[in-house]
Ligand binder design. Structure first.
Ligand SMILES: Nc1ncnc2c1ncn2[C@@H]1O[C@H](COP(=O)(O)OP(=O)(O)OP(=O)(O)O)[C@@H](O)[C@H]1O
Ligand SMILES: [Mg+2]
Length: 366
């Protein structure tokens, strides 16, 4: 496995004054599945289209195996793309759809036939070669789109929300199928989604984007345990974010005068943002020595694996807390209760005004 198979350097795309993609840098290894994740409009599709060559970059380079792709037209880039709306040709059969790219490339007929058979088998659609898209279910159409991209034996497979038109159950199934197929074939793939669960399930590594820019690149664990900024902390797995002023190393003062006793001791002072995950905090008695702040329980909902509490800080800021159920389904606190909120030093994340994580010098256990 070479270090970098597909390399993206300073990739930028401006439409008029606004940048849809802003200085994106990324290295993808051969055989790796990298998932681009981010809110609607953050530049995911544009990034894929730049790589595929359907859109011309304003700046930056795309290198595949060290070769600069800037001047190569899409059909010479050896990249297979599955579009956000799967865009099958409605007037062509499954077989004609799948072989489209091969016929465009003027491959010999026996080669086309052989690849068609192999690809349809891969996506388990061999019996449907003569059907038209309208005669297929959404999941089957999705697999035809995938087969069409695979048939050209792409060096890189680009998947733009390939599961977006499927219902929840089918999504999971097709997601697993795509992942198995990608692994078995050793395909290098870049997939876009805005569904966090899907991204977590399918990726070797993830790229979190916001407003055209990469916020963090990393494994699931890296993004979850060591988010690079508050955006990633909130976007991946949800975090409660509380903004305030840090003083005395351990005091977080909110604008209304509420003071939160932090779990770490920090060298910095000034404006910071605290991030706490719902499952990494717990409730205690309001006067308990462990309490870092006092909250009011606004709602408690039993959802099976845990009780989800909606809590309010004195200034009205809402926090979410997940308290694991032990089988009894007990709601230990009722709406209207006052409670102490606490967490361990290892569960506390603090970011400075620029969004950069701060490291605690010492832990102050609860
Ligand atoms: N051809 C275009 N001309 C002008 N602006 C464009 C064009 N294509 C995309 N944009 C803008 O660029 C930004 C990024 O769009 P893009 O389609 O890449 O987002 P996305 O992350 O794929 O979003 P979604 O999750 O909704 O598909 C958006 O603000 C969009 O309006
Ligand atoms: Mg898109």
């Amino acid at each position: 496995m070479s270090a970098s198979y597909l390399r993206i350097e300073g990739l930028t795309k401006r439409f008029g004054a606004s940048a849809a993609v802003q200085d994106v840098n990324l290295d993808v290894r051969q055989g790796e599945m990298v998932v681009l994740l981010g809110p609607s409009g953050c530049g995911k599709t544009t990034t894929l289209r730049l790589i595929a060559g359907f859109v011309e970059a304003t700046a930056g380079r795309i290198l595949l195996e060290g070769q600069d792709y800037a001047d190569l037209p899409p059909y010479r880039r050896e990249m297979g793309m599955v579009f956000q709306s799967y865009a099958l040709f409605p007037h062509m059969t499954v077989a004609q759809n799948v072989t489209f790219g091969l016929r465009m490339r003027r491959l010999p007929k026996p080669e086309i036939e052989q690849r068609l058979a192999a690809t349809l088998e891969m996506v388990e659609l061999s019996s449907m070669a003569e059907r038209y898209p309208r005669q297929l279910s959404g999941g089957q159409q999705q697999r035809v789109a995938l087969a069409r991209a695979l048939a050209i034996r792409p060096k890189v497979l680009l998947l733009d929300e390939p599961l977006s038109n499927l219902d929840a159950n089918l999504r999971q199934q097709v997601a697993r199928e795509i992942r198995q197929l990608q692994r078995a074939a050793g395909l290098t793939a870049l997939m876009v989604t805005h569904d966090q669960d899907e991204a977590m399930m399918m990726a070797d590594r993830l790229v979190v984007m916001d407003k055209g820019a990469v916020q963090q690149v990393g494994t699931q664990e890296e993004l979850y345990e060591r988010p690079a900024n508050p955006f990633v902390a909130r976007f991946i797995g949800h975090s409660n974010l509380v903004a305030g002023e840090l003083s005395g190393g351990t005091r977080l003062s909110l604008p209304d005068g509420t003071v939160i006793g932090l779990a770490g001791h920090y060298a910095a002072t000034g404006p910071v943002t605290l991030a706490i995950r719902p499952e990494r905090a717990r409730l205690c008695a309001p006067g308990d020595a462990a309490a870092r702040v006092t909250v009011v329980v606004e709602d408690a909902t039993y959802v099976g694996a845990h009780v989800e509490y909606l809590l309010a800080l004195p200034d009205g800021t809402r926090l979410i807390l997940h308290d694991p159920t032990d089988g009894g389904g007990t709601r230990r606190h009722a709406p209207g209760d006052r409670a102490g909120l606490t967490w361990d030093p290892a569960s506390e994340r603090l970011f400075d005004a620029a969004g950069v994580p701060l490291t605690a010098r010492a832990a102050i256990p609860a």
